[in-house]
Design a protein around this ligand. Structure first.
Ligand SMILES: Nc1nc2c(c(=O)[nH]1)N[C@@H](CN(C=O)c1ccc(C(=O)N[C@@H](CCC(=O)O)C(=O)O)cc1)CN2
Length: 281
């Protein structure tokens, strides 16, 4: 019987963070303290947890973090003024604005104001364009983490049919571009795709980021598929589950990411790595 490979994001994230410790130590020997500014607007409870985890992970590898916690009522102008200040502060190497933002703030306008050379999230239009031109400078952390996880497990995507479920700016669109850059044949599906499950059944590599608990079932995949689950949802019992029904799909898959412990930890590791890269430069 074939054993399914578990794509363990926690383990790889740990390995990357160990390597980063050495790189930050070398920077500090040169008198450079790599520093990340983290901006959180409002009190969204999930965002508060992610930001806390980012601070903790950054401190562990020797990065300095500058914390900006702004009230829910913050205006677009106030946030833009803070970003303008951080853009010209030479002691800050990376700027991150935690998403989502409150409704009075246009997140596209905010990400476009971050200096592209400090844009650790890879959300600035220039960085998005560079990614789509196959000349990436700074990559969105979750899709970058997925590619690293696949590479770590020697999963070559070239010539494979990769099906992406979801078209968000944070995951769906950039992972489609990264897979295409790596010579996969890419199909992007979303909530309006009429024959979505017909397409997922054709996938050699299936990336699911649609935000619906256990949406992908055993009948939606072919045997031997590689499944990457980007979802994070609470099921009826309050348990954290992905967009893929792990219990059903795992026995059929060649490899699969768990939730939690798959893609999530990779997001934070790649954020730290990008900050260190900017500081090294
Ligand atoms: N500016 C950004 N905002 C957001 C991003 C982003 O990359 N940049 N991504 C998400 C949230 N996110 C990071 O910010 C994130 C989400 C989840 C995890 C994670 O480690 N998840 C764990 C489970 C955590 C839990 O128990 O709740 C896992 O999957 O194992 C890390 C980062 C939206 N906003």
């Amino acid at each position: 019987m074939m054993m399914t490979e578990i794509l363990d994001g926690r383990a790889l994230s740990h390995k990357i963070r160990q390597q980063l410790k050495q790189r930050t130590a070398r920077l500090r020997e040169r008198g450079i303290v790599p520093a990340l500014a983290v901006i959180l607007v409002g009190t969204d409870s999930a965002s508060q947890i992610y930001v806390r985890n980012k601070h903790r992970a950054a401190a562990e590898v020797g990065l300095a973090t500058h914390d900006f916690k702004l009230p829910e009522t913050t205006t677009e102008e106030e946030l833009l003024a803070l970003i303008a200040k951080l853009n010209v502060d030479p002691s800050i190497h990376g700027i991150l604005v935690q998403l989502p933002l409150p409704p009075q703030i246009d997140s596209a306008k905010i990400t476009a104001e971050i200096d592209p050379s400090k844009d650790v999230d890879g959300f600035h239009p220039l960085n998005v364009g560079q990614l789509f031109l196959n000349n990436p400078q700074s990559l969105p952390c979750t899709p970058h983490g997925i590619m690293r996880l696949l590479a770590e497990h020697q999963i070559d995507v070239a010539g494979k049919h990769a099906v992406v479920v979801g078209r968000s700016n944070i995951v769906g669109r950039p992972i489609a571009a990264l897979l295409l850059n790596a010579d996969a044949t890419v199909t992007v599906t979303h909530s309006k795709t009429a024959n979505l499950r017909e397409l997922t059944r054709q996938a050699d590599i299936l990336i699911v980021a649609i935000g619906r608990a256990e949406f992908i079932k055993a009948a939606d995949v072919k045997p031997g598929v590689v499944v990457v689950d980007v979802g994070m949802n609470r099921n009826a019992a309050g348990k954290l589950v992905g967009d893929v029904d792990f219990t059903e799909v795992e026995p059929i898959a060649e490899a699969i990411t768990p939730v939690p412990g798959g893609v999530g930890p990779m997001t934070i590791a790649l954020l730290l790595e990008q900050t260190v890269k900017f500081a090294e430069r």
